[in-house]
Every structure is written in structure tokens, then in C-alpha cells.
Design a protein. Structure first.
Length: 227
């Protein structure tokens, strides 16, 4: 009997996929959506993909006001202003000494006192105006202007006195007086020619010069804007 090849056996029927072994009936882990990011661990919320990078909007730094009591700088050039005021005061004092020398023969006591006070006021006004214009709001420059103007009024008189005595006497006589008493011009400035006591016009001239210089330096300096 002829032997024929056996018929091929039919494949076994496909079995449905079985769930993984889960003895405690735990919920299945969530499926990771397609996209960016990493798969979250079991028991953690899903991680969403990071948004695309965006440039943060520009924010201006906050404005901080100056603390109370802190004022802006005074500005100006206080040292140069005081030096300029000193030079001008010396020039004005020399002019007064020359005028006093040229007119002393025709001056009465009232005229001499008036000329002295006018010189003090003029000296203070010029010095204060220059210092206020150059130094602006510098308090130290205002004080310097007041001191310089007062010294200008004082030395304007004391420098003219030896010149007057030298014109009346001789220059050698003035030199002898200065060797004997170097402070005789200051003593003559303080002493009244009328009654020999204190001449109150002399310190009054210093007050007028200092007050005029300080007030004008203050007013003019505040009107000009700081640098």
C-alpha cells in the first residue's frame, strides 16, 4: 500500500491576550501620551510636556525715591568761588583805600563814616553775588563770602590809614610807628576820633559786609539750578 504524506495539521486556535499577573487587582498604570517628557512613576500624577521657551517680558527696575532729608548735591565750584571772591574783595578794598587817601582832606567825620559803611556794603554785595553765581547752593561758600567781605571792609580802612599818615608826615614816620606798635591801624579803626571811646561804626561795617555777602550768595545761589 502506497504511503501518502500526512495532511498538514491545522494551526491551533489563537488565544485571547491575557492580562498580566495581578493578584491584588491593582489599577493598571496610565498610558504615557505621545510627546515630550518622561513617563511618570507608578502612583504619581502624569507629567505634562514643558511649554516652549518664551522670553519673559522686560520689566523696568522700580524707582526708589531719595530718602527723606537727603538733598541733591549743591553743585557749583565752592573753592573757586571763594578764591574769586577773595581777589575781588582785595581789589575793592584797594579802591576804597585810594579814594580815602585822595579825599581825606575834605572829609568830615560823618562823611568818613558814611564812606566806610558804603564801602562795606559794596564789598559784601560784590563778593556775595560772585560766590552765589559760581558756588550755587554751597553753604560753606556762603560762609566764606561773609568772612571775606568782613575782612575786606576791615583791611580797606586799616590799609588806608598808614597811607594818609605818610601823606601828612613822611613814609619813614609811618615805618617808625609800625615798628613801635604794629597794631596801631587796628587800634585807630576801633577808637572813635570824636570822644576817644569805641567807634561803633567800625564793627557795624563788618556786620553790613558779612550780611550783604551771605544774603546775596544765598538768594543768587538758590535761583540758579544746580549742575
Amino acid at each position: 500500500m502506497s504511503q501518502q504524506p500526512p495532511f498538514p495539521s491545522s494551526p491551533p486556535p489563537s488565544q485571547p491576550p491575557q492580562a498580566p499577573y495581578n493578584p491584588y487587582n491593582q489599577p493598571a498604570p496610565p498610558q504615557q501620551p505621545q510627546g515630550y517628557g518622561w513617563a511618570p512613576a507608578q502612583g504619581q500624577p502624569p507629567m505634562h510636556p514643558a511649554p516652549p521657551f518664551q522670553t519673559p517680558p522686560f520689566q523696568a527696575p522700580p524707582f526708589h525715591a531719595a530718602p527723606l532729608g537727603q538733598q541733591p548735591s549743591a553743585g557749583g565750584r565752592p573753592v573757586g568761588a571763594v578764591l574769586l571772591g577773595f581777589i575781588v574783595s582785595v581789589v575793592v578794598s584797594l579802591l576804597y583805600s585810594g579814594i580815602n587817601l585822595a579825599t581825606y582832606k575834605d572829609q568830615s567825620l560823618t562823611t568818613a563814616n558814611t564812606l566806610y559803611l558804603v564801602h562795606a556794603l559794596l564789598n559784601g554785595a560784590i563778593v556775595g553775588s560772585l560766590v552765589g553765581s559760581v558756588a550755587r547752593r554751597s553753604a560753606g561758600a556762603r560762609i566764606g563770602a561773609a568772612v571775606i567781605a568782613a575782612l575786606g571792609a576791615f583791611f580797606g580802612y586799616t590799609n588806608s590809614l598808614p597811607l594818609v599818615i605818610a601823606d601828612v608826615q613822611t613814609p619813614s614816620f609811618v615805618l617808625d610807628m609800625l615798628r613801635h606798635d604794629p597794631f596801631f591801624p587796628a587800634k585807630a579803626w576801633w577808637t572813635s576820633e570824636a570822644h576817644g571811646g569805641v567807634d561803633w561804626y567800625s564793627p557795624l561795617g563788618l556786620v553790613i559786609a558779612a550780611a550783604a555777602a551771605w544774603v546775596l550768595a544765598y538768594v543768587i545761589g538758590n535761583r540758579r539750578s544746580p549742575m
